[in-house]
Write a protein that binds this ligand. Sequence first.
Ligand code: WTA
Length: 637
Amino acid sequence: MVPKISTLSGYIFEYQKSTANPTEFWSNIADTFYWRRKYDEVLKWDFQKPEVRWFEGGQLNLTENIFERQIFYRGGQTALLWEPNDPEEEPRRITYQELFEEVQKFANVLLDLGVKKGDRVGIYLPMVPELVVAMLACARIGAVHSVVFGGFSAQALSERLEDAGIRLLITADGGFRGTKTVPLKAIADEALEQAPTVEQVIVYQRTKEDIPMKEGRDVWWHDLMAGAAASNEAATMESEDPLYILYTSGSTGKPKGLVHSTAGYMIYSAYTFRNVFQYSDGDVYFCTADIGWVTGHSYLVYGPLLSGATCVMFEGVPTWPDAGRFWDIVEKYRVNQFYTAPTALRSLMAMGEKWLEGKDLSSLKVLGSVGEPINEEAWHWYHDHVGKNRCPIVDTWWQTETGGIMISPLAGIIPTKPSYATMPFMGVQPVIVDSEGQEQTGNSVQGNLCISYPWPGMARTIWGDHERFRQTYFSTYPGMYFTGDGARRDEDGYYRIMGRVDDVINVSGHRLGTAEVENAINEHPLVNESAVVGFPHDIKGQGIFAFVVCTELSDGGEDGIRTSIRKTVSKIIGPFAKPDLILLVSGLPKTRSGKIMRRILRKVAAGETEDFGDTSTLLDPAIVDEIVEAATRTAGG
Ligand code: WTA
């Protein structure tokens, strides 16, 4: 088991060790895992290329570290407590032994279907235990999984399947979310029309709706599992073999498939999990994130299971049947650590405290937050009403690219401060730079956040495009990883994350590239061009504001076109990417070289009507007045 730091002086001591001698530090952590062959070299790196290799020469299988390593004493312990969408439906309790059996069987299913080491397997499933089984079965045989969030549309799904060269897709008939059913199979069928690499589809039966099965391509999960052999010998993997690909948005339209390694990711996700949440044996841990995003990967599946944790997995939504659902779950399973996103907290906060009344939350010890900056009001609400002033809040800053938590309090050990992610995790060396790349030393400084030294959990490349990986993260400030976030280090040396400084927005904790939304809007036949920016939104953190130039209006006038633009975005990306506000304008503020001056649009979107700074380089400065006038006229449109 990875070591657990339990005092502030312990943290200071370990942190110093981890930066003074990272190789020795990480090799001590690595030695708590089970290796088939010990590594020869702890770290080899060069951020110019960039190349980062951890534990080279080592051989292992990640699932052996979950199962074989722990099964002797954890076989009967609950691994997953699955809470269905509908509270009337039976929950499922799955022990480590049972999960192990399912994973071995499904690993055999994949092998029987001809899936080989290194093949990519797509997963488009609802939040059911089989999703965890599918991921771990891939890891067991050395296939690289790529989970696509169930909220993505057919087009977004097919784009990802094609980019990753997926041959086999695992999906379900559908999924339940609150009062809605998501027709996953129908969406997948549509996606597959444009993703010719996919030859086989495994369909898990969840909603039991009548769905068409394509002869020769689609097979039922339960049919395959019924005939699967029970035991499976794990494949031997090299430390740097890819474990998974996960797509995320960047500042260009095309999503990036971040590739995570086997050994480094395993060690980092487990070590951060145990220390940040201060998980102890027997605790019940509940992470509300969807596995379609990185938080679900690292802190619902890998980190906790590698640490022998008992995890609550929830299929539904926080507001159904009512806004007390999370608290019912906490009470029902006696949850000790609860990890969620600020957007969920803000939406529950808006519904009032009455949903917490009468709920027994006395089991809670640690509260976590992730995905976006948590504003002070939400922080205090969480602290007072959920944690009853007894539970430390771990505001965990990290990214899909970082694989695991980078800056965060260790629960109960590093003193917290509302809206501060506080201190770097072991081995993490944050640097704040100004726009010229000058490092800002000392305290009370602000700028762009970089990381100057590798950590085991970091992504190694972008699938199929290493040059893009270099350009996006390692070229802005040579020799450092650039996060894309702004940060402040205050007088106490505490870090506060200020939000993205690039063209990425964070909507309800979902990361979206403005270019991605623009591309989708531009697909609308009546749209000439568009520009998308984020704006402060009470519940979502950031909302999507689209400035759109149309060639003509459709029949329904301005409202009609807004509705149909939203539909287009929903179809191309997914419903969560629909613009909150659409302003129809006759032109965009562009410089003579044709670049859109987003700074102006961001101000307009934030409700400002003056002080736009120097607009003299604009091709047509008058357009700014027109946009402001339109914004004021249609405020709320
Ligand atoms: C933002 C989610 C402030 C940040 C794990 C980052 C945060 C992006 C925090 C990554 C936090 C995440 N405080 N901002 N505690 N956590 N972010 O890839 O802008 O979906 O760059 O990973 O979310 O989002 P991603």
